[in-house]
Ligand binder design. Structure first.
Ligand code: CO
Length: 211
């Protein structure tokens, strides 16, 4: 049997098990989703949002990309954010990076990954440049990558706060709370590293005063 066929077979077994545990399960979920959380995580296959947080289908709205970036020209990310905040009315937005992230490590090299990846990784290099002094004081390369992972998560949370989507929800509904987390591949634990709530003020240059 090919590996791809195994996925479909496993799916059948999973659906049957869910249904035998709870006959109404699919019927109920098909009517509505009311997740309280938006998860913006890395595409890395080792960081599945539901599994590591013990949540079920219906509980977390998910967006993933390489190194959990929030880029202001990314229509995909922005439409997920707008839908989650304005329509699903999520209470929390979580940016979850992870130690050992290949995207972070790649951005620390001088290797040419060809244009599209170079373009994406450039955004991580910009975070490195902002924190160059702190990072270059860390001699151990793995520890430096770990710290860049934390700083990157913090910068991406701040990018969320720069959007009119978040600022409008903060002003009108005092939500969502923004969280920056880092997941450890080696121990399975999530470390909270940064947080921003509706009462936060950011650099006035980015604050809209006529929302
Ligand atoms: Co990663």
């Amino acid at each position: 049997m090919y590996a791809i066929d195994k996925l479909l077979l496993e799916n059948k077994a999973w659906a049957a098990e869910k249904k035998s545990d709870d006959p109404e399960y699919f019927e109920r979920l098909s009517h509505l989703q009311t997740p309280k959380f938006l998860w913006i995580g890395c595409s890395d296959s080792r960081v599945p949002a539901n599994e590591i947080t013990g949540t079920q289908p219906g509980e977390i709205f998910v967006h993933r990309n390489i190194a959990n970036m929030v880029i202001h020209t990314d229509v995909n990310l922005l439409s997920v954010l707008e839908y989650a905040v304005e329509h699903l009315k999520v209470k929390h937005v979580i940016i979850c990076g992870h130690y050992g992230c290949g995207g972070i490590k790649a951005a620390m090299t001088k290797h040419d990954f060809k244009q599209v990846l170079n373009m994406w990784l450039r955004n991580i290099k910009d975070v490195y440049r902002l924190h160059r002094d702190e990072l270059e004081n860390i001699k151990d390369e793995e520890k430096r990558a770990d710290r860049l992972t934390e700083l990157n998560v913090k910068e991406q949370v701040m990018h969320l706060a720069k959007t009119s989507i978040i600022q409008r929800a903060w002003k009108n509904e005092q939500r969502p709370q923004l969280h920056g987390w880092v997941y450890g591949l080696k121990d399975g634990l999530i470390k909270p590293v940064f947080e921003m709530g509706a009462d936060t003020h950011i650099d006035p240059l980015y604050e809209y005063d006529d929302l």
